[in-house]
Design a protein around this ligand. Structure first.
Ligand SMILES: C[S@@+](CC[C@H](N)C(=O)[O-])C[C@H]1O[C@@H](n2cnc3c(N)ncnc32)[C@H](O)[C@@H]1O
Length: 326
């Protein structure tokens, strides 16, 4: 951590300098050096995957970057502030800054991978949200806080929600979006998606996901793999939020849907997963799984993605809520 002139630790580092300190190379992939918890690379393939996921969610959210009463939370009259936690390449932050030019948007990440040229009302900071820290913003600084696909980098997600509650002004809005870590295969449209069907139970696809979950849980810096399906419960437990709304998007994977919009979503999710599978290599190896076994797990999951025996589905959890009045 850098210190400011008063000797206080500067929690938010500037991304411009000392870029090397933010990255380490592992088996040909660039990883974030600031966090042992976040298990995925932060390199070009991951940027591509994040963009695919970003575009996919815009289809799911009917062309928007959010769900919930965002415009109400950002009603103008005075300067508004938006915070994007785990901003990645900053696609969401930049587009929100464009859509809400009178709001200041701040994106925070462990890796300085954001573009240099951004709207004047958008800025990025580097910070590890997994450390036992309180972000250097006053209580009630933000009107809207967004955290998407972040939970696998956070050991104590309930603590993060407490911090989000502190940072939001009363009436401010939080929006959480987290993909499920359980494979979901569509069996019957009428009964909706179910967790791992019998026909998927022994598949390479299922093994990939169970290995992913076991590795995340068994590490010293373990994360709770059930966070996505418990977003609403966890928000309620803080006792800081009201009007908690929980939604689930059941996303097709691949080229099977007949509906053109679902087909586009399915293709985007398929391309996302094609990039995700090899991105898990370093996590699996770091947990002591032998290389040959990792190769089999990855190879069989790729096979199931390319030649699925049942239509695959993904499951994305969404929750939004307002900060209670004081
Ligand atoms: C899968 S990407 C999602 C990026 C972005 N939220 C999106 O949806 O496009 C997850 C991002 O969270 C960041 N991240 C993970 N753990 C973090 C932590 N403890 N503190 C700050 N950022 C973190 C990663 O560096 C990565 O850029």
């Amino acid at each position: 951590m850098l210190n400011d002139s008063a000797g206080n630790p500067d929690l938010l580092l500037s991304a411009g300098d000392q870029a090397d300190q933010f990255f380490r190379s592992e088996n040909g992939r660039l990883m974030a050096a600031m966090s042992d918890t976040y298990p995925l690379p932060v390199d070009k393939d991951e940027h591509k995957r994040s963009e695919l996921h970003h575009r996919l969610l815009q289809f799911v959210f009917s062309g928007k970057n959010y769900l919930g009463p965002v415009k109400e939370a950002l009603q103008f009259g005075q300067k508004r502030r938006i915070l994007d936690l785990g901003t990645g390449k900053g696609h969401w932050a930049v587009e929100m800054a464009d859509e809400f030019p009178r709001a200041d948007v701040i994106g925070i990440d462990i890796a300085p991978i954001q573009p240099a040229y951004v709207p004047p009302n958008c800025q990025f900071e580097i910070c590890n949200l997994d450390e036992d820290l309180v972000l250097p913003y006053l209580d009630g600084t933000f009107d809207f806080i967004h955290a998407r696909s972040l939970h696998i980098g956070i050991q104590d997600y309930p603590r993060l929600l407490q911090e989000i509650g502190r940072l939001l002004r009363p009436g401010g809005l939080v929006l959480l979006v987290e993909p499920d870590l359980f494979p979901v295969a569509e069996r019957d449209q009428s009964t909706g998606p179910i967790k791992t069907t019998n026909s998927m139970a022994d598949s390479g696809w299922s093994t990939l996901w169970s290995t992913f979950r076991t590795c995340l849980q068994d590490r010293e810096c373990s994360v709770d793999v059930d966070v996505p399906s418990r977003l609403g419960v966890l928000l309620a437990k803080t006792e800081m939020f009201e009007d908690i709304t929980v939604k689930q998007a059941n996303v097709p994977v691949g080229f099977w849907p007949g509906d053109p919009t679902l087909l586009t979503i399915g293709q985007l999710q398929w391309m996302d997963y094609e990039l995700l599978i090899p991105a898990l290599l370093n996590l699996f190896l770091s947990q002591g799984i032998p290389q040959e076994e990792v190769d089999v797990i990855i190879g069989q999951a790729q096979h199931d993605l390319y030649y699925p025996t049942v239509p695959l589905m993904a499951h994305i959890h969404i929750a939004y809520a307002s900060k209670r009045p004081n």
